[in-house]
Design a protein around this ligand. Structure first.
Ligand code: DOR
Length: 433
């Protein structure tokens, strides 16, 4: 029996309301015991004094680009990036080439992840065929093939009737629709947040209202017809408020934001920095404050990465033509620790809950906890070490981050997936990209 003891770390497991110095015993890939002191012979011992011992993080929103865009990322490189960032389970979006709108593609992702992935991969299937927003994909068959949710992320579902049908099916299946809320006509041709800065820079803007109209519509649809709605990457103050009001009324809706929306404002695109071009766009100071308030008061349930790798040919070009998106798996945890925990906006437990338990529960994944009997997905982090974001060191195939050079707290030292070390002393165990 393979035994590992992680000794004397600060174990934070919101599922068990644990936040204390403890030992964890892993036997044959499963959590076998958590206690103040564990003594077992023949175990590999990891000394975690001064370190955080967390459930492996769960990302509800990763773009793995596989199949079809291996110049940006593959299942192999994307899962390595996840492991380096402390994520042991990731849910991958359907806007691949071809899109994940059929059982064949869903199965391809699962099979490839099983053979080449180093973390757990859960495919999210498209809501509509070809992500065109016109005809529903075979949601039931895609679910049977292994999808854990449905999303046309990257594109909105403009047709309210299609969204209604999707929500009705989601109610039947008990699996959420993850909505990319964007009124496409209002957002058309926009490349950054609409406001004084876009005017000054001479760039077409995407108004906050383009997001908010669709957040309002989808909340209204779910109120009327039921269903399971999760709103992706919310970025504006009024979106947060719409979700807050909906929850107060007892409407069943959840939402996520991403590290860039609580860390950066639209000012990051100054100098026409395409690495800060993302959809929805970075917003204003007031929006960033509102996102933080929403995280703090529980309106925003989940922190997801929206890891969106793009090759340099799509970023090192003029701003209008550059692709939307930024990589996020390898910076998310340090950004959360530095910007939310160290600033006391969230307690450590609250932050970890939004990165583990809540996303896992939302998609009914048996993940996100260190409960005895669970698969041993564990991450060990040194919260005191300051790292400098160095894109050339990313395991991701793409380097499109606006955080290059930024000093952040928190270094992932060990990532364990099902009892197997994938990252040791901050390095991938087999580093063949
Ligand atoms: O910036 C983004 N990039 N937003 C999205 O919704 C899609 C993503 C991508 O696929 O690149």
């Amino acid at each position: 029996m393979a035994k590992i003891i992680i000794k004397n770390g600060l174990v934070v497991d919101p599922a068990q309301k644990i936040s204390a110095i403890m030992d964890i015993l892993i036997v044959d890939g499963k959590i076998a015991k958590i206690a103040k002191t564990i003594r077992v012979s023949g175990a590999k011992i990891i000394n975690a004094i001064g370190l955080l011992v967390l459930p492996g993080l769960v990302d509800l929103h990763t773009h793995l680009r596989d199949p079809g865009q291996s110049e940006k990322e593959t299942i192999a490189t994307g899962t390595k990036a996840a492991a380096k960032g402390g994520f042991t389970s990731i849910c991958c979006m359907a806007n691949t080439n071809p899109p994940a709108d059929s059982p064949a593609v869903v199965r391809y992702i699962k099979d490839k992840a099983a053979s080449q992935g180093v973390v757990n991969v859960y495919p999210i299937a498209a809501v509509t065929k070809g992500l065109r927003g016109e005809l529903l994909a075979e949601m039931g068959l895609n679910l049977q093939a292994g999808a854990v949710a449905f999303s046309d992320d990257g594109r909105p579902i403009m047709d309210a009737r299609i969204m209604r049908l999707a929500l009705e099916y989601s109610r039947q299946f008990g699996v959420p629709i993850i909505a990319h809320c964007e009124e496409a006509n209002l957002a058309k041709d926009g490349v950054m947040n609409e406001g004084a800065l876009s005017t000054a820079m001479g760039l077409p803007g995407i108004p906050a209202l383009a997001e908010e109209l669709m957040v309002a519509r989808d909340i209204r649809l779910v109120k009327e017809y039921g269903g399971s709605l999760h709103i992706a990457h919310i970025s504006t103050a009024r979106s947060v408020d719409l979700v807050r009001q909906a929850k107060k009324q007892g409407i069943s809706v959840t939402c996520e934001t991403c590290p860039h929306y609580f860390t950066l404002t639209e000012a990051a695109v100054n100098n026409y920095n395409t690495n800060a071009k993302v959809n929805p766009p970075l917003r204003t100071e007031a929006d960033v404050k509102a996102i933080k308030r929403g995280l703090k008061d529980g309106t925003i349930d989940i922190i997801a990465t929206d890891h969106a790798p793009h090759n340099i040919e799509l970023k090192d070009i003029e701003f209008n033509s550059a692709a939307f998106g930024m990589v996020g798996l390898e910076t998310a945890l340090p950004l959360v620790l530095t910007e939310l925990v160290n600033t006391k906006i969230l307690s450590l437990s609250q932050a970890i809950e939004k990165l583990t338990l809540v996303p896992a529960r939302r998609l009914k994944l048996d993940k996100g906890t260190l409960m005895v009997g669970a698969e041993a997905d564990v991450v060990i982090v040194d919260p005191r070490v300051q790292i400098k974001v160095e894109p050339s060191e990313f395991a991701s195939k793409s380097h499109n981050t606006p955080f290059a050079g930024r000093a952040l707290y928190g270094k992932v030292l060990f990532t364990v997936v099902g009892g197997k070390f994938v990252v040791t002393n901050g390095q991938l165990v087999s580093n063949d990209k």
